[in-house]
Design a protein around this ligand. Structure first.
Ligand code: NAD
Length: 774
């Protein structure tokens, strides 16, 4: 479990070093962050200290919790380098200069313990150059660990070992990076740019050239080169704006200096006067005064503009008409389009996919490494070989041949066979030996994706399914768009309970969507509101309450395993589980007030119950209610699982998994651990403050209103929420049952849905994805 690495030192507190240090701290591991002495000032640790202070305020957040910030110890390279003797891994992330890196290693060599791993975060320098002049012992402990920016959020870690690198040490570092830091480790060979940047830089270069040659606008290029190819919608120019236009010539220079002669990359390098001029004028992208796109605020408003690639002048952004339907979904149809869209798609895909195919086995041992690197390092939905499969390997080779272009040997080897195939429910990839090899997941990785390929669901309807994930554990999966929750999900839960009871030991609620669930299906809700189908709505609310309680009181343990967003009803189902095993990147919240509603599926009572029982909550009915009110009335969403714990969505004993791929296995283990002697929880009895307790809550909202921070309708919402959370008109001495609280919740919910202001909020959320402040 990575216990062999108990403390890490990161040298260089720049963009990467500080971000890497933060992620190590996020894993709960102490980290020493060192940098050079400041140019002036009395504090010799100022460079590292300032980096931590900057990161503590960064958006998106680099740290997952205030506790993580405290795990970073700062220092400087003159006074504190000897402290690396206390570290099991030293990561060098100083500026990309061979002489400086070598000088630093010489100093480290003199003081390091044998067996302390030393790695470089270099993007471009070959490993053998880095260790020139060092002894054998140093070489044995040395490797390259190439993180991506930002280190917390980018899942890829490329790891490169040299001929002398100790295999056990490399495995130890990789295992720690995987389990503790949550990274997917891809082994790369020691070739320039490793895998992701090699393909990625080539791709951007080819695409920019092709857009200019074909006379495409930046919007057209991004439309064709974005979604239809499974690339994030920033496309090509949008991505360059995001990473910084000034990085382009730097990347080009480093690759041209290091790539072997004859590499196809050289053919893509050409003078780009427009790019040079943009950089000179500070138009370096989103961090600069603008880029290929910009927001023009000159007229007092905000006008989206794009640059004209021919004249270099900004003009209003013009969204191109949609591509023909088939071309949006089908790569073969896209490259067959007879116009410049088809020509652009073919130029980019044929070159990039051919380039990627030629990198195996030179830069990566197999195609899986290349695909994983591009999916996780560049957020492509499909890796290059998966794209080739979508295009058809035979078809790609035939067209290349027809155009008199070289066909990479690996593509030739595939012939008409796909790079990936599924046989007996198992996915296998084509190796360089021409044979298929099963894709073996690392130990402790269980993916529902694999279970689904190899088996049929136990239950299934339009919005959910139930799977057997082995060892007596079933898995409830949401399957609707955005994993939205509706009556079908509730119906499937009702079928699940008796089935799991008769045939399984435990249940996990888990899925592999980007988000666990964004909550109730608002589209359906709006439809019901518009036709005033109040009875239907009330049935859905009551049905959801009943289904969630059926899970809570089922005679088997239930573990919820959220990742990404778990909002509204998606949060509430977690609150009903016996335990939660959350991915570290879990964004949980009861956000119903944003659409003019209050939590209606039991979330109010469950949150109060958790807060009441949390160690450290002051006694008495008011503190827990006030805390729940604060969280729900402001629609607070946690920015990490650690923060979800602080907000009491997670209990203290709930688990956090750093690596997304290990979440299901961890949740399953947690569920099985609860099986011996399992008894469902007793129904809580609430001691709530009643009408008297409402006064301070509604008073707080009124204060917000006076300051202009809350609207009149926010005031109404606050009143409804306060009514439920304080237990309605119960007296302080009364015990409020869970059922009574559910009735209050339902009644408040039904009052709100009839209000046109709620309908307006729902409509706005559906149209814009943002709450309406009416
Ligand atoms: P940066 O410029 O943001 O930070 C470099 C840090 O090194 C600074 O804090 C600086 O004070 C420190 N430094 C400078 N000279 C030093 C010296 N002589 N000794 C010790 N420290 C010194 O750079 P960065 O972007 O964080 O890049 C760091 C490393 O990571 C480089 O090797 C780079 O190639 C690599 N890398 C960068 C990215 C990226 O996206 N920025 C991604 C992957 C890898």
């Amino acid at each position: 479990m990575g216990e062999t690495i108990r403390k890490v030192c990161v040298i260089g507190a720049g963009t990467m070093g500080a971000g890497i240090a933060a992620q190590i701290a996020n894993a709960g591991v102490p980290v020493l962050l060192l940098d050079i002495l400041p140019k002036d000032g009395a504090d010799r640790d100022a460079v590292a200290k300032n980096a931590v202070a900057r990161l503590a305020k960064a958006q998106p957040a680099a740290f997952m919790s205030p506790a993580a910030i405290k795990l970073v110890e700062t220092g400087n390279l003159e006074d504190h380098l000897d402290r690396i003797a206390t570290c099991d891994w030293v990561i060098e992330a100083i500026i990309e200069r061979l002489d400086l890196k070598q000088a630093l290693y010489a100093r480290i060599e003199a003081i390091k313990r044998p067996g302390t791993a030393i790695s470089s975060n270099t993007s471009t320098i070959p490993l053998d150059r880095l260790i020139e002049g060092r002894g054998e012992a140093f070489a044995r402990d040395f490797l390259i660990t190439h993180f991506f920016n930002p280190p917390r959020y980018m899942r890829l870690l490329e790891v490169v070992g040299g001929p002398a690198t100790d295999a056990a040490l490399l495995a130890r570092v990789s295992d720690f990076a995987d389990r503790a830091l949550g990274k997917t480790v891809v082994r790369a060979k020691d070739t320039p740019g490793f895998i992701a940047n090699r393909v990625g830089t080539y791709w951007l270069s080819v695409a920019v050239n092709a857009a200019m040659d074909l006379g495409l606008t930046v919007e057209e290029a991004d439309q064709i080169g974005g979604k239809p190819m499974g690339v994030p919608k920033t496309g090509i120019f949008g991505l360059i704006d995001l990473v910084g236009i000034d990085l382009m010539p730097l990347l080009a220079r480093s690759l041209t200096e290091t790539l072997p002669k004859g590499d196809p990359y050289f053919d893509t390098v050409r003078p780009l006067p427009l790019v040079d001029r943009m950089i000179a004028e500070g138009l370096t992208g989103r961090k600069g005064k603008g880029g290929f796109y910009r927001l023009d605020r000159s007229g007092g408003g905000k006008v989206k503009q794009a640059i004209d690639l021919a004249s270099g002048a900004y003009r209003a952004e013009a969204r191109p008409p949609r591509l023909p339907g088939a071309a949006e979904r089908d790569l073969a149809a896209l490259v067959a389009l007879p116009d410049k869209a088809g020509a652009f798609a073919w130029t980019v895909l044929s070159q990039v996919l051919g380039y990627a195919a030629a990198l195996v086995p030179e830069a990566a041992a197999d195609i899986v490494a290349v695909d994983t690197a591009m999916r996780l390092g560049y957020n492509w939905k499909f890796g290059p070989f998966e794209l080739i499969d979508r295009l058809g390997p035979g078809r790609l080779a035939a067209r290349l041949r027809a155009e008199g272009r070289p066909v990479p040997p690996l593509l030739d080897l595939a012939g008409d066979r796909p790079f990936y195939r599924v046989a007996d429910g198992e996915r296998a990839y084509l190796g360089v030996d021409g044979a298929y090899h099963p894709i073996v997941r690392p130990e402790g990785v269980l993916l529902l994706e694999d279970v689904k390929r190899a088996s049929a669901p136990l239950l299934k309807n339009g919005s959910a399914a139930l799977w057997d994930v082995g060892d007596g554990v079933a898995c409830l999966e949401f399957t609707g768009k955005m994993n939205a929750l509706d009556g079908d999900v509730m119906a499937l839960i009702n079928q699940t309970v008796p089935l799991v009871q008769s045939r399984f030991k435990a249940l996990v609620v888990y899925n592999e969507g980007s988000n666990f669930s964004a909550g109730a299906n608002l589209g359906l809700a709006l439809f019901a509101l518009n036709i005033a189908a109040w009875g239907e709505i009330e049935k859905l609310i009551a049905g959801g309450q009943q289904a969630y309680k059926a899970l809570k009181y089922a005679p088997f343990p239930v573990v919820a395993a959220p990742a990404g967003m778990a909002l509204g009803g998606g949060c509430e189902i977690c609150l009903h589980a016996d335990a939660i095993q959350a991915h570290a990147e879990t964004y949980m919240g009861l956000v119903e007030v944003g659409v003019g509603l209050i939590p209606g599926w039991g979330g109010c009572g469950e949150l109060i119950d958790r807060i009441v029982k949390a160690p450290g909550t002051p006694k008495g009915p008011m503190p827990a209610v006030a805390k729940a009110f604060e969280t729900i009335s402001t629609a607070t969403v946690s920015k990490s699982a650690a923060e979800a714990k602080a907000l009491h969505f997670l209990r203290r004993d709930d688990g956090i998994t750093m690596n997304r791929d290990r979440l299901l296995a961890d949740a399953k283990a947690k569920a099985l651990a609860l099986v011996p002697g399992y008894a469902p929880p007793p129904a809580p009895e609430f001691r709530l403050p009643g009408a008297g307790g409402r006064v301070p809550l509604t008073g707080a909202v009124r204060d917000f209103q006076k300051k202009g921070l809350a609207t009149a309708y926010d005031g109404v919402m606050g009143g409804e929420l306060a009514l439920v959370l304080t237990g309605g008109d119960a007296d302080l001495v009364d015990v409020v049952t869970e059922q009574q609280l559910l009735t209050l919740e339902r009644a408040a919910f039904m009052r709100r849905v009839r209000d046109p202001r709620t309908i307006a909020r729902v409509e706005t959320m559906l149209e814009t994805g943002k709450p309406l402040r009416n």
